[in-house]
Design a protein around this ligand. Structure first.
Ligand SMILES: *[C@@H]1O[C@H](CO)[C@@H](O)[C@H](O)[C@H]1NC(C)=O
Ligand SMILES: *[C@@H]1O[C@H](CO)[C@@H](O)[C@H](O)[C@H]1NC(C)=O
Ligand SMILES: *[C@@H]1O[C@H](CO)[C@@H](O)[C@H](O)[C@H]1NC(C)=O
Ligand SMILES: *[C@@H]1O[C@H](CO)[C@@H](O)[C@H](O)[C@H]1NC(C)=O
Ligand SMILES: *[C@@H]1O[C@H](CO)[C@@H](O)[C@H](O)[C@H]1NC(C)=O
Ligand SMILES: *[C@@H]1O[C@H](CO)[C@@H](O)[C@H](O)[C@H]1NC(C)=O
Length: 417
């Protein structure tokens, strides 16, 4: 009898675990219980800091009440500046009320999400926490000349050791965080790419005024870039150089999408995506798929995986990808016929004519089964056909696994009833 009960308890527990696995914290929901923090909560959403906070664990959010937020907003900071200021209020360590009052030696420096953005320089981006006499805890930005004039008010929510939300009396002033932040039109997208592992792609883009102009035209209205990392793009350069001028432009434009897509949007909106190179019948599109936490981009030729986020701030997002994604309009899958695309065509065909007629005929020629050793798809670093097949298998395995888990959960629930 006893043994059976234990068994049932165990089953309840495992069922609970199964349903809990994706149950990370949601700062928006935590703060929604506290109307006095509603402005702060609203701005965490507007600045897209909320999903970044939800992604992390072992963090502390220094929340401001509506009065403290309105004195911050009185200065009319841009949304980008607000994001910097608020990200200074997210500490990358867990400080519950208890730990705050028991800081060893009475003082500590905490790194913040602002410091992690790379915008902060030197010690700016660190927050000094100091325990004072009488149980007061003071906070100050480290670039603030040592003044600690914001104080602990109360603990709001604590989920040890994932997230602690504590209220402090006013915004932490910081020269660097409050500095006016450039709006998107002043954003140097190639500069951002160059500084973070996509220099070869950025330089190639800069050397192509037509494609570069297309990217720049879209920065204000919404732009998502998937830039291939330096190693794969460098290896690909000889094949790139073989393309005609108009194909070079289309190829580069293929890595941009004329809408802003945050990582969470990409994860929840799988499917076909048009690109800056899409031009009527000449599709130049790819398919976004996610498998668990991974987001992949897929064409009929190969598949690339998102490996990092360089910037994700409405209206611009730039991600790195681990391979040079190849548009089917310019490259063939490994075992298809594929006369090398470049030589077959007069150089510098005007953009319009290029796409419609030629790409159509090429798509047809793909059906013929003669392999061609000159096919540009046979880049040294990937075997596109295998690649696609592997991914399909992976997707199927994943699907089966998920099905098994779901089935198991149903079984458990059934058993409990
Ligand atoms: C902390 O996060 C983990 C993983 O997301 C979760 O399993 C756990 O229940 C969370 N802890 C609390 C106290 O919420
Ligand atoms: C977090 O909670 C808010 C409000 O309940 C909800 O709108 C949002 O979708 C949640 N986010 C996630 C990632 O679950
Ligand atoms: C605390 O102070 C002592 C003596 O001043 C020092 O040796 C120690 O490193 C300090 N500990 C921390 C965590 O700062
Ligand atoms: C924090 O600031 C106080 C006051 O300026 C200073 O005495 C203390 O050394 C600082 N703490 C750290 C860890 O830098
Ligand atoms: C953008 O960044 C690149 C690379 O760092 C640099 O060469 C270029 O001058 C910058 N452009 C502007 C307008 O600042
Ligand atoms: C470039 O095109 C030429 C002429 O068709 C071909 O011989 C060469 O192999 C191609 N190079 C690459 C790297 O694809």
């Amino acid at each position: 009898m006893m043994g059976q009960r234990q068994h049932v308890v165990l089953l309840i527990f495992s069922a609970f675990l199964l349903f809990q696995t994706s149950n990370a914290h949601n700062v928006t929901r935590l703060l929604a219980k506290h109307p006095s923090l509603s402005t702060f909560n609203h701005y965490l959403t507007l600045t897209h800091l909320a999903p970044e906070i939800n992604r992390r664990t072992t963090i502390t959010v220094l929340a401001l009440d509506n009065a403290a937020m309105s004195s911050l907003l009185d200065k009319n900071p841009s949304i980008y500046t607000i994001k910097n200021i608020l990200s200074l209020h997210v500490l990358l360590d867990y400080f519950g009320a208890k730990k705050l009052h028991q800081i060893r030696n009475g003082t500590a420096l905490a790194a913040t999400m602002f410091q992690a953005t790379g915008v902060a320089t030197g010690v700016s981006g660190f927050v000094n926490i100091t325990d004072f006499k009488g149980g007061k805890v003071g906070f100050g930005a480290e670039d603030n000349g040592g003044s600690l004039n914001s104080f602990f008010v109360k603990s709001v929510e604590e989920l040890p050791y994932n997230i602690s939300v504590i209220q402090i009396s006013k915004a932490l002033p910081s020269v660097v965080a409050e500095a006016p932040t450039p709006g998107p039109s002043e954003l140097n997208i190639t500069g951002i790419m160059s500084a973070h592992g996509c220099k070869v792609f950025a330089d190639t883009l800069l050397a192509n005024p037509e494609a570069m102009g297309t990217y720049e035209d879209n920065v204000n209205g919404g732009l998502t870039v998937f830039c291939p990392m330096d190693d794969p793009f460098k290896a690909f350069l000889p094949k790139y150089k073989n393309l005609t001028a108009s194909k070079k432009a289309s190829f580069l434009e293929f890595f941009g999408v004329p809408v802003y897509q945050s990582l969470s949007m990409l994860k929840s909106n799988n499917g076909l995506m048009n690109t800056l190179a899409t031009d009527g019948a000449s599709k130049f599109d790819f398919t976004v798929q996610n498998e668990g936490e991974e987001v992949t981009l897929k064409t009929r030729v190969n598949t690339a995986k998102i490996t990092g986020t360089l910037i994700d701030e409405q209206p611009v997002a730039i991600y790195t990808i681990d391979k040079v994604l190849l548009p089917k309009e310019l490259f063939k899958a490994a075992l298809s016929p594929a006369p090398a695309p470049a030589p077959e065509e007069a150089a510098d065909a005007p953009k319009g004519s290029k796409s419609k007629t030629k790409s159509k005929s090429k798509t047809k020629s793909k059906a013929a089964p003669t392999p061609d050793s000159d096919s540009p798809a046979e880049s040294p670093d990937d075997d596109p056909a295998d690649q696609v097949a592997d991914d399909d298998n992976a997707a199927m395995c994943f699907g089966a696994e998920r099905l098994a888990v779901v089935g198991l959960s149903f079984l458990l629930v059934f058993f409990l009833l």
